[in-house]
Ligand binder design. Structure first.
Ligand code: PMV
Length: 321
């Protein structure tokens, strides 16, 4: 069974598409996949009721699968790949990258191909490009590697050692968002006002660099403030929504050290940083009154990269756009 992790971007989304750094954490939930010999190449995603041949033009998952298969020798056996998805799509949690990494891993396992996590993350960008057009690669790198890391396009992933684990609360706004469309919307702003948007990206990049130091020093209060500032800069790019604002406000009122949207924005999820696991549970209970899906995660813990509690309902959520 192969696994691709979900991820949260702690700071740095969007700037990362333009070569700036982002700080991200892999999740303990994601996508499991396995591939078995078959008479045709077919992809099956039971929670979504998908059973599609690789030449099915109407099924996006089949297009992703076809893009992945193209890189393997044509002499390989035909494969049926089955995926089990634990993440909502269109939520900013990297569902589509987790799918790409899990499917690549499953085919590699079936064909006896060895690849490092970095290589798998990079290879699976073939899948991501079907869904996202111009991905920075952060989701794929994290889906394959996990942990907490600093990502910069075209550079090796830099693992970041957290002095203290980061108790995080993740809450879904209930609004789905298309990363492809949101990234295109930011690109239009960048084209129209390169100086202003460039300054926003520079600002975000400096927050990311400071956030890395805060994670390494175990200074959660500083990290929370940097997350709040990052959220404000993302709002300046019109990426927040009333619902994301309500969730961030409620999290701060419930004692969060910081809160921000995560992923593409314009819907999807937000994250809040708590001082302790117990406080994270209390914040989660508050956010659960406003959100259809809440999770508690602990990034950078000793046993696991991220441990997740209660992700009820995630299987019923949508596919990647
Ligand atoms: O919405 P997600 O989980 O796909 O995250 C997207 C992150 C962006 O920086 C907005 C896009 C990218 O390719 O890095």
């Amino acid at each position: 069974m192969a696994f691709g992790r979900g991820k949260v971007i702690l700071l740095g989304e969007h700037g990362v598409v333009y070569g700036h750094p982002a700080l991200a954490a892999g999740l303990g939930v994601g996508v499991h996949a396995r591939a078995v010999a078959s008479d045709v190449d077919v992809i099956e995603a039971r929670p979504w009721g998908v059973f599609a041949r690789v030449d099915d033009d109407d099924e996006p998952l089949a297009k992703g699968y076809a893009a992945i298969l193209e890189g393997y020798p044509s002499t390989r056996p035909r494969l049926r790949v089955e995926v089990d998805v634990e993440l909502p799509g269109g939520a900013g949690l990297g569902c589509s990258a987790a799918l790409g990494v899990a499917v690549t891993g499953a085919i590699d396992e079936a064909l006896g191909i060895e690849r490092s996590a970095t290589e798998r993350g990079e290879y699976s960008l073939r899948w991501e490009r079907v869904f996202h057009g111009n991905p920075s690669g952060v989701d794929n790198a994290m889906a394959a590697a996990g942990g907490i890391a600093l990502f910069r396009k075209g550079h090796p992933l830099e693992p970041v050692r957290a002095r203290r684990p980061l108790p995080l609360v993740i809450a879904h706004s209930g609004e789905s968002s298309s990363t492809k469309e949101v990234v295109a919307m930011v690109a239009r702003q960048h084209e129209k006002e390169p100086a202003r948007v460039g300054e926003v990206f520079e600002g975000i990049a400096s927050l990311v660099r400071n956030a890395r130091l805060a994670v390494e020093a175990g200074d959660l209060a500083a990290l929370g403030q940097l997350m709040d500032m990052n959220h404000a800069l993302l709002s300046a790019l019109m990426l927040s929504t009333e619902q994301l604002e309500a969730l961030c406000r409620a999290a701060r009122e419930a004692g969060a050290l910081g809160a921000k949207l995560t992923g593409a924005g314009a819907g999807g999820c937000m994250i809040a940083l708590a001082a302790s696991r117990a406080q994270a549970e209390a914040i989660r209970a508050r956010l659960a009154t406003l959100s259809p899906l809440t999770l508690v995660a602990e990034a950078g813990g000793l046993d696991e990269d991220v441990m997740l509690a209660d992700a009820e309902g995630r299987r019923e959520e949508g596919k990647p756009e």
